[in-house]
Design a protein around this ligand. Structure first.
Ligand SMILES: Nc1ncnc2c1ncn2[C@@H]1O[C@H](COP(=O)(O)OP(=O)(O)OP(=O)(O)O)[C@@H](O)[C@H]1O
Ligand SMILES: Nc1ccn([C@H]2C[C@H](O)[C@@H](COP(=O)(O)O)O2)c(=O)n1
Length: 419
């Protein structure tokens, strides 16, 4: 048994477990059945489980972050292809309330019939023999009682289940730092360095990164640095191009074009790798800004706000009120990343944004598709954008014509003396 697994087991009874099922998050804890305490209050989730169904939880117990994230990511494909089709699986996690980096991810399985239960159990036992970093539990209904028992494989421990209150902060916030959001160049670069032997593309990205010495603070830029942010199809490309022409500016974007060959590759990876890739893209763009800002104003299509807002809004998967509170350190600007003079956040009514997306007729990325399907995700991204600290961020209603939006932004640039 690995050290990480032993550590998890030693905290087992202090942990809270959560399952995202049918759009709702259910929290539960375990109690010692021997003492007779707990277990009588049946969770609604368990109450709804079909009679005769078998349930299992799989929690990834690897101590190494990248290994754990990639294993969890691949486990989803494995479960969806290998398990009987009737078997449902839902995202699950376990954490120690208020304890940073204590979150572990996994899945909760429901095998409704005896057939699918037998197949599921056989498959799980095979996987465990392969020494996968998994902690597996079965959930058994105690006959003639409303109680459910959690049976922890390999240790033969049994515990009753009791509902638990939702934690004060969304559990994902416990592990956000350096797993979803990277607040320094070094933290993001470390992730790519650690995976360069398993993902050759990471080595190519590392070669493009600035040297440590280049990251040191520079003197105040001579010309303004203006970032355009917003959800897809809010008009960033259109506006950045017209601002470039109107101001005689240099137009840059993040991620920079030199990273394009590897973007799709990192988009397939779990958040820790994907977000580290985008974070590093900002530092490459920052170098490009430094080399231009003594000559012309610089306009940038997406920068740190996009990196942080999408990462936070994806990891925290509940309603907007589940986001870290305004003022949280999770919205801070990385201290080693260049701060632009101003950020304009383009906002648009969802229907108009959809119309523009349709008119543009290009394929959507998976995350863009998600934005369309998932109104709550879109709201979370927009709200996270607004909470990010650092440079002044001005929201601009982008629903008028392209010419009017340009006029409005030029007026703001002049009125606030950014030029
Ligand atoms: N103010 C506007 N009024 C009407 N249509 C607009 C306006 N601005 C942009 N468009 C159109 O909306 C579509 C999306 O605009 P654009 O590509 O500039 O958005 P974007 O924010 O850069 O999108 P993405 O982030 O997906 O690249 C384009 O077809 C563009 O011509
Ligand atoms: N600086 C950036 C730019 C983009 N991203 C991520 C966030 C979304 O997943 C996606 C949106 O980009 P688009 O499809 O509009 O090119 O890219 C980021 O994290 N950081």
């Amino acid at each position: 048994m690995s050290r990480r697994t032993m550590a998890l087991l030693s905290q087992w009874t202090s942990r809270v477990f959560s399952v995202d099922m049918d759009g709702e998050t259910v929290y539960f804890k375990i109690h010692d059945t021997q003492t007779g305490k707990g277990g009588k209050e049946v969770l609604r989730m368990f109450g709804n489980i079909q009679k005769g169904a078998s349930c299992y939880s799989l929690l990834v117990s690897s101590g190494e972050k990248i290994h754990s994230a990639r294993f969890h990511w691949k486990l989803k494909d494995k479960l969806s292809t290998a398990l009987p089709p009737q078997c449902r699986f839902s995202p699950m996690c376990s954490f120690l309330p208020g304890v940073r980096d204590s979150l572990v991810h996994g899945y909760f399985l429901q095998a409704p019939s005896s057939d699918s239960s037998a197949t599921t159990e056989r498959l799980l036992r095979q996987w465990l023999r392969l020494d996968d970093p998994l902690l597996v539990c079965s959930y058994l209904h105690e006959e003639n009682t409303p109680r459910w028992i959690q049976h922890l494989w390999n240790t033969e421990q049994n515990h009753g289940i009791v509902p638990s209150e939702a934690p004060e902060s969304h559990p994902a916030t416990l592990n956000l730092i350096n797993s979803d959001v990277f607040y320094s160049f070094q933290a993001a670069r470390d992730v790519l360095q650690k995976c360069a032997d398993i993902i050759p593309e990471a080595a190519s990205v590392l070669e493009l990164l600035p040297c440590d010495g280049d990251m040191e603070a520079r003197s105040k830029p001579d010309f303004p640095i203006i970032v355009l942010e917003g959800l897809d199809a809010t008009g960033k490309t259109t506006l950045t191009e017209s601002l470039r022409d109107a101001l005689g500016a240099t137009l840059l974007r993040s991620p920079p074009p030199c990273l394009s060959p590897w973007r799709a590759r990192f988009d397939q990876e779990p958040p820790i790798l994907r977000r580290a890739f985008y974070a590093l893209g900002n530092y490459i763009t920052a170098q490009q800004i430094y080399s231009q800002t003594s000559k012309t104003p610089v306009i940038i299509d997406r920068f740190w706000h996009s990196t942080a807002a999408y990462a936070i809004a994806t990891a925290v998967n509940g309603p907007v009120c589940d986001l870290p509170a305004e003022g949280s350190e999770l919205y801070r600007w990385p201290s080693d990343l260049l701060q632009p003079s101003v950020v304009f956040l383009l906002t648009l009514d969802p229907e108009e944004r959809k119309r523009r997306l349709k008119d543009r007729g290009q394929g959507e990325t998976k995350e863009e598709h998600e934005l369309d399907l998932n109104q709550v995700f879109r709201l979370r991204v927009e709200e996270a954008y607004k909470r990010i600290s650092g440079p002044t961020c001005i929201s601009v209603d982008a629903s008028s014509s392209a010419e009017q939006v340009l006029r409005q932004v030029l007026l703001l640039i002049k009125a606030k003396r950014y030029l």
